[in-house]
Design a binder for this molecule. Structure first.
Ligand code: GLN
Length: 549
């Protein structure tokens, strides 16, 4: 025990049977359960895609692109880890197949393998292991949780499983495998079936690994006979290593639930970590508060509708949704979020008045031209009817365009993203971005990651942040055109309450004669967590609550 105490430990989280069973939530929860015991814990994601990052993927196919402080465009699960661990992670905690191959090929070109034949096995898994260890060292973690994307049995993630196998073989006491599986209850049969999970474990076995724990996702509780069967058929050391995980009201209840099932204690035992009691008081208080909130706050999220692809709007805007939920709970309100398709307002302009029923209107980030005229109709409605408005990135840019058109009378005012020939380019491109576009350099070339922003005292933004310097994460190509600052301030009552002083860029706008109208060039949603709800989201929902009265 003594000499294993300080060795870094690793937990691989894999998915069995099907996707979307909540691997990310389980990985985040386990990380939090360890952190609550004062272990240093970090979580990382391995995506099977050949893409180098998530930035060039369509959100309807991949879901949200989560941006880290250091400007990496990653998977939405990184957001889960940050929210549960209340910390900021870097690009070291994210890898894709593309990224792994790219560095192996680059190293080979630089004679980094000293003339050896470079092979898929072992060099690819060895590079994966390098990266896992690098993340461990950088975060100085006692325990590193590694979520392997995809499902057991598919071809794509086999080299990542091989990395896990190699690590486990070298240090069996330092590596554990958690399989998150799904146990269907077919309605015609009416009973929970374990066979798909057994088959998934067999597939895992064929990769040379076994599950130390199986998280049994289902709509109902796992009963004793099935637990015993799983233990027997899936080589579990103890029947209690099959953990029941029924559907819960919110993902934030999952760590509390898994703790109650004894998972935390069992993980410590398996990894030969010293026994410690968890301290989850603050988390429990937060969950309790969220469950108590009964009065509603109604928020409309206006954007173009994604009607195709595997992912829905909810996946594409998960951080926005979570930030809104957290802010609502901290305002003791139950969030009721409604997706509004802005294209409806282009087809039927009068319909925009339906927005009067909401307590707040939010326009999230976006790209392209579809639906933006409808979005601007919604923004105008919020502005004129004095409904609290929060614009994120595109939501800020389009608010500026809307006011330039309506209050400055600038016909044809636009963002050059939508009309490169606009006579009044309210949102434009700086020379660096112009060159990127000319050269078709789209991967990883937007303004990405954390930038400081100076807040003007006395503004609503300042009231929210209670600070004069803040740091927020960006992901956009276009910027506010400062030539329009003066006219918008004078004729539209716009206040430029947040500026990037280093590059003289407008980061936050708000309106003088409006209860709460704020637009931000960055993505505040990436920095909201259960134990640290974001000040602007809190301010927006508080304004919505006041408005509802
Ligand atoms: N399309 C806009 C830009 O690139 C806004 C991006 C966003 O909302 N994330 O600047």
């Amino acid at each position: 025990m003594a000499n294993t105490k300080k060795r870094p430990k690793y937990i691989f989280v894999v998915g069995g049977v099907m996707s979307s069973v909540g691997k990310g939530t389980v990985a985040s929860s386990i990380a939090y359960m360890l952190q609550s015991r004062k272990f240093r814990a970090t979580a990382m994601k391995i995506d099977p895609y050949v893409n180098v990052d998530a930035g060039t993927m369509n959100p309807t196919e991949h879901g949200e692109v989560f941006v880290t402080d250091d400007g990496d465009e990653t998977d939405q699960d990184m957001g889960n880890y940050e929210r549960f661990l209340n910390t900021s992670l870097s690009s070291t905690n994210y890898m894709t197949t593309g990224r792994v191959y790219l560095s192996v090929i680059e190293r080979e070109r630089n004679l980094g393998y000293a003339g050896k034949c470079v092979e898929v096995v072992p060099h690819i898994p060895l590079e994966v292991i390098n990266r896992i260890r690098r993340a461990q060292r950088k975060t100085k973690s006692d325990v590193t949780i590694i979520e392997i994307g995809g499902t057991i049995g598919e071809y794509q993630n086999i080299l990542f499983l091989e990395a896990a196998r190699m690590m486990k073989l070298a240090n069996p006491d330092d590596v554990a495998v958690v399989m998150v599986s799904y146990l269907p209850i077919p309605s015609v049969i009416g009973e929970m079936k374990t066979k798909p999970t057994q088959t998934a474990v067999r597939s895992l076995n064929s990769a040379g690994l076994n599950a130390d724990f199986i998280i049994c996702r289902s709509s109902k509780l796992l009963d004793a006979p099935r637990r015993a069967k799983l233990a027997m058929m899936c080589n579990l050391r103890d029947a209690d290593d099959a953990i029941s995980a029924p559907d819960l009201d919110s993902v934030y209840e999952v760590p509390l639930w898994l703790e109650e099932q004894g998972l935390g204690k069992r993980i410590l035992e398996r990894l030969k970590l010293p026994r410690r009691q968890p301290e989850m008081r603050q988390w429990k208080t937060f969950v309790g508060r969220s469950k108590k909130a009964k009065k509603e706050v109604k928020i409309a999220v206006v954007g173009k509708y994604f009607s195709t692809g595997k992912f829905t709007l909810a996946d594409s805007y998960i951080s926005v949704i979570e930030a809104l939920k957290l802010a609502s709970w901290y305002n003791d309100r139950k969030p009721v979020l409604t997706w509004v398709d802005s294209e409806e307002y282009e087809r039927h302009p009068k319909k925009v008045s339906e927005l009067a029923q909401f307590d707040g209107i939010l326009v999230p980030g976006g790209f392209g031209t579809r639906g933006i005229e409808g979005i601007m109709k919604a923004i105008r409605f919020a502005r004129e009817k004095k409904i609290p408005y929060f614009g994120l990135c595109y939501g800020m840019q389009l608010a500026c365009v809307e006011m330039a058109r309506d209050l400055l009378d600038l016909r044809g005012a636009h963002t050059v993203e939508a009309n490169p020939q606009s006579p009044h380019p309210i949102i434009h491109l700086n020379p660096i971005q112009k060159r990127n576009i000319r050269q078709n350099r789209y991967g990883g070339t937007m303004r990405l990651g954390a930038y400081d922003c100076a807040i003007q005292k006395g503004t609503k933004t300042w009231q929210a942040y209670k600070s004069v310097t803040i740091s927020e994460r960006h992901r956009h190509r276009y910027e506010f055109n400062n030539e329009y600052m003066k006219p918008l301030a004078e004729k539209a009552g716009m206040i430029f309450s947040g500026m990037n002083k280093d590059h003289n860029l407008v980061e936050i706008i708000e309106l003088k004669d409006h209860p709460w109208f704020v637009g931000v060039q960055f993505h505040p949603e990436f920095q909201s967590a259960p134990l640290k709800p974001h000040p602007l989201f809190l301010g927006f929902v508080a304004a919505a609550v006041r408005y509802s009265k």
